[in-house]
Design a protein around this ligand. Structure first.
Ligand SMILES: O=C(CO)[C@@H](O)[C@@H](O)COP(=O)(O)O
Length: 234
């Protein structure tokens, strides 16, 4: 269904989401998380005020466009099957993965994918980043998990993200041989997770060059995660 057939309040929400998603894309090169046209950010447009539903839409970057060319108007709107609803260009090649996450994780409002160097190096080894930093306990509630090797082009990547993160406290998954995908209640939270996963992947990598980092006991991880998620910054 073309965007013009949606009610005015939905079209207004789409316009606002285009502004948000375009602005958040600038954070990926700003924090050194991508090169050229790699990576993408999306946000769910909640159509039903009662809560996330199959009728929702998503806004995502156009495929193969450099970040300096991204504008709110260039953002692409799709339904949760990945079908184009509004946009002059093809949606990101990862749209199917983002859409799958939105269909199967109703609490997720934002998805980000990058190829950030240190996190992608851990993904190349299919090695979870161990929880050896209080910052990891705060942000991820434990190790950063590895998702399965999955080819682009169907639901494989999205299924791997959901199967890995459903039931996990981590908002980030390192897809084997590919790179990080992150989720959040909105796109800003998912971008923050993408920044943090690269930061801790780098720190733990450096620590490992000099010796064996010390794991944090699980009860301490639980305490740190609970404080950070429920008290910090309130
Ligand atoms: O990693 C992949 C595909 O999974 C890259 O092609 C992706 O980062 C960028 O593709 P798009 O420009 O969003 O189509």
């Amino acid at each position: 269904m073309p965007l013009t057939d949606y009610p005015e309040h939905v079209r207004e929400a789409v316009a606002a989401t285009r502004e948000v998603v375009a602005r958040l894309h600038a954070e990926l090169p700003r924090w050194g998380l991508i090169v050229w046209t790699a990576g993408n950010v999306s946000q769910r447009v909640q159509v039903d005020p009662a809560g996330p539903s199959e009728a929702d839409l998503l806004v995502i970057k156009p495929s193969g466009v450099t970040y300096d060319e991204l504008t709110p108007e260039s953002m692409v709107v799709c339904d949760l099957d990945g079908t184009l609803v509004d946009g002059d260009r093809s949606p990101s090649s990862d749209t199917a993965a983002h859409a799958y996450v939105y269909r199967h994780m109703p609490e997720v409002g934002g998805v980000v994918h990058t190829h950030s160097t240190y996190a992608t190096a851990w993904a190349a080894r299919a090695e979870p980043v161990p929880c050896v930093l209080t910052m990891m306990a705060d942000e991820f509630g434990g190790p950063i998990p590895i998702g399965p090797f999955a080819l682009i082009g169907d639901d494989s990547i999205g299924r791997g993200i959901v199967e890995t993160l459903r039931g996990s406290r981590s908002p980030a998954v390192l897809m084997q041989n590919h790179g990080p995908f992150t989720i959040g209640p909105d796109a800003k939270a998912a971008v923050k997770a993408a920044v943090m996963v690269e930061e801790v992947a780098r720190t733990v990598h450096i620590s490992r060059q000099l010796g064996d980092p010390l794991p944090i006991p699980q009860d301490k991880v639980d305490s740190l995660f609970d404080r950070y998620q429920n008290v910090y910054g309130r």
